[in-house]
Ligand binder design. Structure first.
Ligand code: ATP
Length: 319
């Protein structure tokens, strides 16, 4: 292993820069040549590759987004596209690749490793939807962004005695909603992993009002969706003014939290160590506070487990 490369792919997440920095600086420390691939798999296929130095990653640990840019590539989903990618990697003398991204990007890494390229995957997504790791890079920062928005919405909903529905990202995973609901003291948390009925929700809101609740905060996961429609329905049934806020892409931005910077630094360093140990086709993550690595195939096949206990706590505390 003499030359390694790093790329970011799929949706961006705060902390990706800290991960890039960790890969580059650990690689250089170990005497490797480190290349940066721009725009994910799309840039890889197009040969958008440059050599990175200590200085290339200066002043980025605190920045959201990714200095390498990110993209989605339809071409890489094809066998032909992936063969092109392998030829490019060979042309640049790259022996190992660190892929930072979500589920789709790591699936791409899995297929790349099947074509003989040493690949290590790092979980970079705000969705926290990768079962093998307790946390993904970007989740904690996004959670704090959502919390900040909830705090502000709570002020205005209390003043107007409104119901506020906040739609939170996370694709089909309800973690961001659940954690934000607990931390933000939401009255209801609606996630794809759990059923809900509009009638039950309306009843909870009316009962809360009777008990003297000044506002009612409903966190609605993107995987369930339909915030505007739900707001109209609640207002129609309860007669209480109801507003929907879809937080959208602000959840992807911002300076990464200390937790995400530390997680990204630890995982980035581990990825390089694995490559140097001759390992391939693995993903790194965190479980019980420890950095772990798993076979990419098994890790991606694991089913996500929703935290039912935390969901119950959220319910009890929202009364
Ligand atoms: P996020 O979860 O934050 O959206 P992601 O990594 O899951 O990130 P995707 O759009 O699913 O985002 O994947 C990013 C890119 O990875 C795709 O554009 C494609 O190039 C590649 N990719 C995804 N799935 C596959 C697959 N099954 N086979 C090959 N390549 C894939």
């Amino acid at each position: 292993m003499k030359t390694i490369a790093v790329l970011t792919s799929g949706g961006d997440a705060p902390g990706m820069n800290a991960a890039i920095r960790a890969v580059v600086r650990t690689g250089l420390h170990k005497g490797l040549k480190v290349m940066g691939i721009q725009r994910g798999y799309s840039g890889l296929i197009n040969g958008e590759i440059f050599e990175m130095t200590h200085h290339s990653v200066s002043d980025i640990i605190q920045r959201g987004g990714t200095i390498l840019k990110t993209a989605r590539s339809e071409e890489f989903r094809t066998e032909e596209g992936r063969k092109k990618a392998v030829n490019i990697l060979k042309a640049f003398g790259i022996d190992g690749v660190v892929v930072i991204g979500g589920d789709g990007s790591l699936q791409g890494a899995r297929l790349l490793s099947k074509l003989g390229i040493s690949t290590i995957g790092l979980p970079g997504t705000i969705d926290n939807d990768l079962a093998y790791t307790k946390y993904t890079i970007g989740f904690d920062t996004a959670l704090n962004t959502v919390l900040d928005a909830i705090n502000k919405l709570r002020d205005t909903s209390s003043s107007h005695e409104r119901v506020s529905i906040v739609e939170v990202m996370g694709r089909n995973c309800g973690d961001l909603s659940l954690y934000a609901g607990i931390a933000g003291g939401a009255e209801s948390v609606i996630v794809p992993e759990k059923g809900f009925t509009e009638d039950e929700l309306c009843r909870t809101i009316l009962e809360g009002k009777l008990r003297g609740k000044m506002h009612n905060l409903v966190i609605l996961a993107e995987g369930v969706g339909g915030a505007e429609k739900l707001a109209k329905r609640i207002q129609g049934v309860t007669g209480i003014e109801t507003r929907a806020t879809i937080l959208g892409h602000i959840q992807r931005g911002g300076s990464p939290s200390a937790f995400d910077r530390i997680l990204a630094s630890r995982l980035g360093a581990k990825a390089v160590e694995l490559l140097l140990d001759g390992k391939s086709s693995r993903v790194v993550g965190i479980r019980d506070g420890k950095v772990i690595d798993d076979g990419i195939e098994e890790a991606l096949a694991m089913e996500t487990k929703f935290d039912d206990e935390l969901y119950e706590i959220a319910k009890i505390l929202s009364y």
